[in-house]
Design a protein. Structure first.
Length: 449
């Protein structure tokens, strides 16, 4: 499989890193010698210093033989031109990252498909949706939906006061017999595991719970998590992400948006009719105190400066804000900052990387529906084939590889979180969480022999 990546910034670098682990033949193009040097030193890829929208540079990268071209520079215009050039030179499939969502609107005169783009990734839009989900579920550090929202996966970092501490997964299931739920994985000391029933919880563990939406509140109650809705939101940063989040929340919540640029604040105030927009510095402690930050349910820092976001998030937590969400550009920061106790960390670049890798995996019929890059885990959905080893056999007898878990079965539109004696039937769809290295092994269980 040959892949050409145009742009060696954070997104391009991490896409190349993810795909190189799958033994793809990868070429990376960038005009910046520093970024090229970084890619050369840390990745097993071909690096070409040059303009990715230039036909001669693309020919040097053999784009005519490329199965996929990813255009992920910081410029929408460069990405579109690079897409068009790659398409004209014979690349099979092209994915472009576009920050301007207007390019995908029907009324806009610029249509990505006219430039040969097959798949469009909107990073700000995707991370804004992630933030909105977290605000609506403030108890969660991460929150994902499956089966059109009928089932959810969320993570929670437990402290010494948690009911789970010193208990086992077996205890958890024994105490929750009225409804079915699962503990999909636990992250301890930055290492992910899909744990056995004997696993004992410790303070600092990040626990990933899976449950049907209708049983979410009973589950939260059983593990001692109070259920509250966010009503008061403060957003630091009139960025694309900040504006999108405000637009999504302002109809049902009280939203205040803060930016240290007077002109930006003025422009956004004209766009957001139902939000209060202020010209101020979100790292000014006196300002935060005067705005009664301690009464704010959710504080969201999404300026273009990730250091400022980090500082604002720390200050907000120190001033007793209930929920803090901060945005960082560098995907590596998500992992390194997750343990410092400032709340949820999100990254548009992580969202872009996951979306791009997911797109290529889906196109290759890998059945992936969610990638958890920080955990090294994936969610895959498989249809059970008639003569497969997985059909008509109790789940407990399937001998699933270590590091995999069947979370959900869809039988003729009815979903179930199965127990060990559950028998999966042909044509059922199964949702499975597994570590990256076990995906193919798990998939083979449900394919006809």
């Amino acid at each position: 499989m040959r892949v050409v990546i145009i742009g060696a910034g954070e997104v391009g670098f991490h896409v190349a890193k993810s795909l190189s682990e799958l033994d793809y033949d990868i070429a990376v193009i960038d005009t910046d010698p520093v970024k090229c040097q970084r890619a050369n030193e840390h990745l097993d890829v071909i690096v070409i210093e040059g303009n990715g929208s230039d036909a001669n540079t693309l020919k040097d990268a053999n784009v005519n033989d490329a199965d996929y071209v990813f255009c992920v520079t910081s410029s929408d215009e460069t990405n579109l031109i690079a897409s068009m050039q790659s398409h004209n030179l014979g690349a099979k499939k092209i994915v472009a990252r576009l920050r301007n969502t207007d390019y995908s609107n029907n009324g806009d005169s610029i249509h990505p498909e006219k430039f040969g783009v097959d798949i469009v990734i909107h990073p700000e839009h995707e991370v804004a949706n992630e933030i909105v989900r977290l605000v609506k579920h403030p108890y969660a550090d991460k929150f994902y939906e499956f089966e059109n929202g009928k089932a959810v996966l969320f993570s929670k970092k437990i402290n010494h006061r948690s009911k789970l501490v010193n208990s086992t997964i077996e205890d958890f299931h024994r105490n929750n017999t009225e409804f079915k739920s699962l503990i999909v994985s636990v992250v301890r000391d930055e290492k992910m595991t899909i744990p056995p029933a004997s696993f004992k919880f410790e303070p600092g563990d990040s626990v990933f719970f899976f449950v049907k939406l209708k049983n979410l509140n009973p589950l939260l109650s059983s593990i001692g998590i109070s259920i509250s809705n966010s009503k008061r939101v403060m957003i630091a940063g009139a960025s694309k992400i900040g504006r999108k989040v405000a637009e999504e929340l302002q109809e049902t919540m009280s939203v205040r948006l803060v930016d240290n640029s007077k002109q930006k604040a003025k422009n956004v105030a004209n766009q957001l009719g139902d939000s209060i927009v202020m010209h101020a510095d979100a790292t000014d402690v006196e300002f935060l105190k005067n705005e009664n930050i301690g009464d704010v349910d959710s504080f969201i820092s999404v300026t273009e400066d990730q250091q400022l976001n980090l500082l604002a998030g720390i200050l907000a937590k120190q001033l007793k804000v209930k929920q803090s969400i901060i945005h960082v550009a560098n995907p590596d920061y998500v992992k390194s900052m997750s343990g410092i106790g400032i709340g949820s960390i999100v990254s548009k670049n992580t969202s872009s990387v996951n979306s791009i890798v997911k797109a290529i995996r889906i196109d290759q019929k890998d059945n992936v529906i969610q990638i958890f890059s920080r955990l090294g885990m994936e969610a895959i959905e498989l249809e059970v084939e008639r003569n497969s080893k997985g059909a008509r056999v109790p789940i407990a007898n399937l001998n699933l590889p270590h590091g995999s878990l069947i979370a959900l079965v869809n039988h003729n539109g009815h979903i179930a979180i199965p127990s060990g004696d559950y028998q999966i039937l042909p044509n059922d769809a199964v949702l499975i969480f597994c570590i990256n290295s076990k995906v193919k092994e798990v998939a083979n269980i449900f394919k006809s022999e």
